[in-house]
Ligand binder design. Structure first.
Ligand code: UD1
Ligand code: UDP
Length: 386
């Protein structure tokens, strides 16, 4: 019986959440055959962007934390590569698991591929076709460093084929003969697993925040394009503030520190106005169970987050996407998510449409059967049984 060692690279909030799904599948089926090592790059370090998820989602604490912190893209990524390289040389894993599209993902891909450790990319093939966003470069380079690529959607799988990946490749797989899969989404596994628990453990959150079920809007904003471009941030938040007042509907906004920092330093008067607006609750980032409860209980979601867009679908809520394009195009084609950019006219039009006729929307199952992590782990094991 093979025993294998897997190194997981995490760094940003959504990766910790994703790694918990894989870790749960390992504990369920392979605890005697897989040793799991977690490297945390330290890209996210505030408690509410990192520790809270380890505690709540029962992921074992990182075996290593590189503590790289925040800096420019090049500096942050290079510090991560150096740190990951040292650990990989020491640990000599059988493969390296990467999640999503952050700088931590890219650093893991470069360090592992150059040392010839097989890279497994979970959430492969997603493309926005906008290389000005840092995540797009991270995705492309990570995919092309990988041996096993798990695409969560049909669109992502097709993107890989367009870039020359061949579904007909046969074992033994390698970086030059990679294997691509169309699976579901491991975040759907998480939502199914945690939704009821969120309800049981966190129900008091709604009362604490003064929110009535189905009568509030949940909004998050954190993308570089929105937080660093003050014109966009100003335009989005002013529009949401007006809509909250006109429709007498409450907004709850768990804000990423990046967004709060921009508001405090560059849009101070607007920030104060928002804090004074009794229909808007700006709060610090919440835990995954709290977020799950908010998503499950709200009327509509307005976000620039990739993960939150999908979760809007899992909970059958309409979603306004504060971007020009999205990787999750099936949501937009389905009509339940709409790209509103940072445009006040579009935001208002689509908000009013969804608030008045939320009913009648259909939310087909695009993201698998809730057992994607188990499938992925089984396939990783088979890589070593060829
Ligand atoms: C990163 C990812 C993004 C992902 C997001 C998830 C990249 C290029 N971006 O964006 O794809 O959607 O994580 O949340 O990898 N900060 C804190 N505390 C922290 C971490 C960050 O205050 O614990 C602030 C710092 O001011 C920092 C800024 O947030 O400069 C940006 O952090 P960074 O990790 O570079 O990017 P994110 O915007 O978090
Ligand atoms: N999330 C959370 N608390 C918050 C905001 C988001 O737990 O305050 C979760 C959310 O439910 C989703 C993930 O974080 O699972 C998405 O991460 P984020 O929006 O930071 O990044 P993206 O998905 O855009 O990369």
């Amino acid at each position: 019986m093979h025993h294998i060692k897997i190194v997981n690279i995490v760094g940003a909030r959504p990766q910790i959440i994703k790694a918990s799904a894989i870790s749960r599948a390992i504990r369920l089926h392979y605890s005697d055959r897989i040793t799991e090592i977690i490297i945390h790059t330290g890209q996210h370090y505030d408690k509410e962007l990192s520790d809270v998820f380890f505690d709540e989602l029962e992921l074992h604490k990182p075996d290593y934390n590189l503590g790289v912190g925040s800096s420019s893209h090049g500096r942050q990524t290079s510090l991560m590569i150096t740190g990951i390289e040292d650990i990989l040389q020491k640990e000599k894993p059988d493969c390296v698991l990467l999640y999503g599209d952050t700088n931590s993902t890219l650093a893991g891909a470069i360090a592992a591929a150059k040392l010839h450790f097989p890279v497994v990319h979970i959430e492969a093939g997603l493309r926005s076709f906008n290389k000005l966003m840092p995540e797009e470069l991270n995705r492309i380079m990570s995919d092309h460093s990988s041996t096993l690529l798990f695409a969560p959607t049909n669109a992502a799988f097709k993107n890989l084929m367009k870039e020359g990946f061949r579904p007909e490749n046969s074992p033994p797989y390698s970086i030059d003969n990679p294997k691509i899969y169309f699976t579901g989404d491991i975040m759907y596994d998480n939502t199914l697993f945690f939704a009821e628990l969120a309800e049981r453990k966190k129900a008091s959150l709604l009362t604490d925040l003064g929110l009535d079920r189905d009568r509030f809007i949940l909004s998050t904003i954190h993308r570089e394009a929105n937080t660093d471009d003050i014109t966009r941030l100003d335009s989005i938040l002013k529009t949401l503030s007006l809509l909250a007042g006109e429709n007498l509907v409450k907004f709850v906004m768990p804000l990423h520190p990046r967004t709060t920092n921009s508001l405090k330093t560059k849009l101070e008067p607007l920030y104060r106005e928002l804090l004074d607006n009794k229909n808007i609750r700006i709060i610090p980032p919440v835990s995954f169970l709290e977020m799950t409860l908010l998503e499950k209980s709200c009327k509509m979601i307005i976000t620039d987050s990739g993960g939150v867009q999908k979760e809007s679908h899992f909970f059958k809520k309409p979603c306004l996407v504060l971007r020009k394009e999205t990787e999750w195009i099936e949501l937009v084609k389905n009509g339940t998510a709409v790209l509103v950019d940072a445009d006040p006219v579009k935001i208002r039009k689509e908000f009013e449409r969804f608030i008045s006729d939320g009913a009648g929307l259909e939310f087909p199952g695009f993201y698998g059967d809730g057992k994607t992590s188990e499938f992925i782990i089984k396939e990783i094991m088979s890589l070593f049984e060829q």
